[in-house]
Design a protein around this ligand. Structure first.
Ligand SMILES: Cc1ncc(COP(=O)(O)O)c(C=O)c1O
Length: 417
């Protein structure tokens, strides 16, 4: 370790070390977390923070949930990885449980969210050529402006965020982007693409998370379902961030009263312990894959499957969905009172809120830094928006306390410096 890295407080040293030896693809807040339990984390200096990000909803069930940790520990003592060259005794139970939870026939297990998205793109294309009868290499997938589906080369090819995309071309072709939440725009885009005949799928987030928790109009997802069904197009719902309890239902699609053809799941599916993702759908779609066409060394590993099965068990109780709905209503109500007092707009569903801070007051980053000082961890996005997505195990009083900290921060910025 060089001199610069070895001097200063422990927190400063960890930060400098990460800066010096890590690629600078993130810009974290200056908080060095060393422990977490439930909705709270502790930094290396012993300061506690209410975690209002929950690792972008990967920690929906809280840090160190005893049921999930026990499942992981028990599996660690048995076997962690077999590869898919052999069967293992956790994958079948996990996939059956997850398929049942989703009301679908089968599961394609992967690891990260981006892999689930990539997998669904391949499945949709293969389905287009083999089932729908699209001419070879002409398949189109309609995506949404402002989307966020991950960071791989194909996925950033259809991103509208210059930071995510600019210097990473050449791009994968075959995607058409339309305004989010606008069913008429989708309908005309489908008409332009050979009457929808070359379109194999519409891929969207039921709520756009990274874009700032953008909730589409209530009739939008039903319209997408109708338009895709009429034209023989797959509806792929990326529920990687919105799914698994966050929005007060198992899926945000449930809240909208629609059933997509494919669910994409990740983040909380691994209980915040290991990466577990999945594409879930019926056999007439997922069944197009044949041995050798797709896979992953770690996808379907017994450790991830054991944890994923325990996650399914937690969701089957319905307790987390109910809790997110009740607490979320309370949180969104409290945040709504801040409109006109440093807050311009609040959006959300369940225990998930996007808060637009008055840009005349402060940037989202500045608000998050000030919140961290007061013991609340949150994350900004797109300039003046901050997101709150605490673990669903959070208590109502803790949410009230977090809102009080936000009020104090906004008041501080409102006073001319
Ligand atoms: C909706 C959505 N899809 C996909 C991803 C990518 O997941 P991962 O970071 O695990 O690759 C994310 C991550 O934030 C996401 O929010």
């Amino acid at each position: 370790m060089n001199e610069l890295v070895s001097t200063g407080s422990p927190a400063q040293r960890y930060i400098r070390q990460a800066e010096e030896f890590g690629a600078h693809n993130y810009h974290p807040l200056n908080v060095v977390v060393s422990e977490g339990f439930g909705a709270w984390v502790t930094d290396v200096d012993g300061k506690r923070y209410l975690d209002c990000l929950a690792a972008y909803s990967a920690v929906n069930f809280g840090h160190g949930h005893p049921v999930l940790v026990d499942a992981a520990k028990a599996q660690l003592d048995r076997i962690t990885l077999t590869s898919r060259a052999f069967h293992n005794d956790m994958l079948g139970p996990f996939m059956e449980g997850l398929a049942r939870l989703c009301g679908k026939d089968m599961v394609l297990p992967m690891n990260t969210g981006a892999e689930a998205v990539e997998s669904a793109i391949k499945v949709a294309r293969a389905w287009g050529y083999r089932v729908k009868g699209v001419e070879h290499d002409r398949a189109k997938i309609v995506v949404m402006d402002g989307n966020f589906h991950g960071r791989t080369t194909t996925i950033i090819s259809f991103s509208s965020d210059p930071d995510a995309r600019a210097d990473f071309g050449p791009y994968t072709p075959g995607f058409v982007s339309v305004p989010y939440g606008d069913a008429a725009a989708l309908e005309s885009a489908l008409a332009e693409e050979n009457g929808g005949r070359d379109v194999v799928a519409v891929l969207l987030e039921p709520i756009q998370g990274e874009a700032g928790v953008i909730v589409p109009p209530a009739d939008y997802l039903p319209a997408v379902r109708r338009l895709t069904k009429e034209r023989g197009i797959l509806f792929i719902a990326d529920e990687i961030q919105s799914g698994l309890g966050r929005t007060g239902a198992t899926f945000q699609c449930d809240n909208a009263g629609v059933i997509p053809d494919l669910y994409l799941l990740g983040k909380a599916l691994g209980g915040g312990i290991v990466p577990v993702s999945a594409v879930v759908g019926d056999a007439d779609i997922l069944g197009v894959l044949k041995p050798g066409e797709h896979g992953s060394t770690f996808g379907g590993n017994p450790l991830g499957a054991a944890i994923g099965l325990a996650v399914v068990g937690l969701l089957e109780t319905g307790d987390y969905q109910r809790r997110a709905a009740e607490l979320g209503e309370h949180l969104l109500g409290r945040l709504g009172e801040l409109i006109g007092h440093g807050v311009v707009e609040v959006r959300g569903a369940g225990l998930w809120a996007g808060i637009d801070i008055d840009p005349a007051l402060a940037t989202g980053r500045e608000v998050c830094e000030a919140l961290a000082e007061r013991g609340v961890l949150a994350k900004d996005t797109h300039g003046s928006t901050i997101r709150l997505a605490p673990p669903i195990v959070v208590e109502r009083e803790e949410l009230d306390w977090a809102v009080e900290q936000l009020v104090a921060v906004l008041e501080k910025f409102a006073v001319p410096q």
